[in-house]
Design a protein around this ligand. Structure first.
Ligand code: MLT
Length: 266
C-alpha cells in the first residue's frame, strides 16, 4: 500500500512510526530537531492521516509491510533506524522480527511487546463497535485523550492538545476500527526482545499511564545492550509532550550509533 509520508532532512534515515489513533503530525517537533541532522521519514500508517484506510481488519504485520514498501519505493535498501511509539512500536517490533536486516538501530517509545489480555481485546472490540455506530472516530478520541497525555499537559497545554485532537478527528471510522482490531490481534513479541541484535533505545514518559516506566524497564532489560530513558514531565506521548528532553535523548543515541560507511565497490 502506498503510504503518505514526510521525508525531510539530510543524512542517514530515521523512520518514525506514530501511535493510535494519530498520524505523522505527532512528530512535528522531531521532524524539526532530528531532521536538522538526519533524514526523518514519517509515514501515516494505514488507516491513519492521509494514507488509505481500506475496508476490513488490518494487522500489525501488514502495517510493517507497508513501511517496507515505502522504504523500497524510496530506494532505501541500506538498514535504517526505526522508531515507533506505542502502536508504532508494535509495528517496529514486527519489523525487528520479520525484517531484521532492514534495521540498524531501534527506538521503542511508550510501547510494549506483550499481546493484549482477553480483557483488553474485549475493550478494543467495544470501542470498535462504538466507532462503527457513531460513524466517526469520536468514541476512540474521547477514550484516548485522557490516557495519551499527562493530566498536567491536558490542563495546561490545551493549545498543543487541540492540534492532535484535530489529527485524530480527521481519521476515518474505518481506519480506526481497522487499527483497533490490528492491535487486538497482534502476537506476543516478548520472545523477540532477546533476539534483537541492533542498538536499542527504550524511552518512556515518566507519567505514561498506558505503558508505565516499570514495563519499559522490563523491556529494556530483556533486549541485549538496551537502555531505558525516562522523559520527565510527560505522559504516553513523551516526544510530543516534552520534545526538548526527548529529542536530546534520541539525538544522543543516534550520534552514538553512526551509520557504517558503505562497502567499497568490489
Ligand atoms: C497508542 O498510543 O498507539 C495506543 O495507546 C496503543 C494501544 O492502545 O495499545
Amino acid at each position: 500500500m502506498r503510504l503518505a509520508y514526510t521525508d525531510e532532512g539530510p543524512g542517514p534515515a530515521v523512520v518514525l512510526l506514530h501511535g493510535f489513533p494519530l498520524g505523522r503530525a505527532m512528530w512535528k517537533e522531531q521532524v524539526t530537531a532530528i531532521g536538522s541532522m538526519y533524514r526523518v521519514i514519517a509515514p501515516d500508517l494505514r488507516g491513519h492521516g492521509e494514507s488509505p484506510a481500506p475496508d476490513g481488519d488490518y494487522t500489525i504485520d501488514e502495517m510493517a509491510d507497508d513501511v517496507i514498501e515505502l522504504l523500497d519505493t524510496l530506494g532505501l535498501d541500506v538498514p535504517v533506524v526505526v522508531g515507533g511509539l506505542s502502536m508504532g512500536g508494535y509495528v517496529a517490533l514486527s519489523l525487528a522480527e520479520r525484517y531484521p536486516d532492514r534495521l540498524r538501530a531501534l527506538l521503542l517509545m511508550d510501547t510494549r511487546a506483550a499481546a493484549d489480555s482477553p480483557e483488553a481485546i474485549a475493550k478494543r472490540e467495544e470501542l470498535a463497535q462504538a466507532v462503527l455506530k457513531a460513524g466517526n472516530p469520536g468514541p476512540a478520541i474521547e477514550a484516548m485523550i485522557p490516557r495519551l497525555f499527562s493530566p498536567w499537559f491536558v490542563e495546561n497545554r490545551p493549545e498543543l492538545v487541540a492540534p492532535l485532537r484535530r489529527v485524530m478527528e480527521r481519521n476515518s471510522a474505518r481506519g480506526v476500527i481497522g487499527a483497533l482490531r490490528a492491535m487486538a490481534a497482534r502476537p506476543d513479541r516478548t520472545p523477540v526482545l532477546a533476539r534483537i541484535r541492533v542498538p536499542t533505545l527504550v524511552l518512556v514518559g515518566e507519567e505514561d499511564a498506558i505503558t508505565p516506566p516499570v514495563e519499559l524497564q522490563a523491556m529494556a532489560d530483556a533486549i541485549p545492550g538496551a537502555r531505558l530513558e525516562v522523559v520527565p514531565r510527560a505522559g504516553h506521548l513523551a516526544p510530543y509532550e516534552n520534545p526538548p528532553v526527548a529529542n536530546g535523548v534520541i539525538l544522543r543515541f543516534l550520534d552514538e550509533h553512526p551509520e557504517p560507511p558503505p562497502h567499497p565497490p568490489s
